[in-house]
Design a protein around this ligand. Sequence first.
Ligand code: IDP
Ligand code: MG
Length: 138
Amino acid sequence: MEQTFAIIKPDAVERQLTGTILARIEAAGFTIRGMRMVRLTKREAEGFYAVHRERPFFGGLTDFMSSGAIVVLALEAPDAIRKWRDLMGATDPAKAAEGTLRREFGSSIEQNATHGSDAPDTAAFELGYFFRGVELVG
Ligand code: IDP
Ligand code: MG
């Protein structure tokens, strides 16, 4: 079993897609081990995306991620990191495969509905950024 970290981003929460995306997560076979709705400050968003600090889109991204409520999730499944990236699809919704969440619910390369860790080390950092051990159930 593996755990990964996921976010339902402000664009999707704002558009009332939280329940739909959670249903897709469960239908795909993930077990939800942690879940919380939060509103990030700009500084908290900057800390979460620190690896992207030098990117031209960093300011816009952290404004967006602190613009409204998000849902943070700890997801468990065999090969969870890759499996969740596959269900989300490519970063740019226009390039994401048919049937993926970003293709269906994303509206731009920035406002792309969901986040997912890309490797075991980033999953560990991102899970730890939002969840204490006692908050992960099961
Ligand atoms: P990922 O979310 O598919 O792992 P990353 O390259 O890690 O993609 O980028 C993190 C987030 O930054 C993306 O999900 C998206 O919201 C935003 N982003 C990535 N590239 C761009 C861009 O070229 N313009 C604006 N926002 C971007
Ligand atoms: Mg990434």
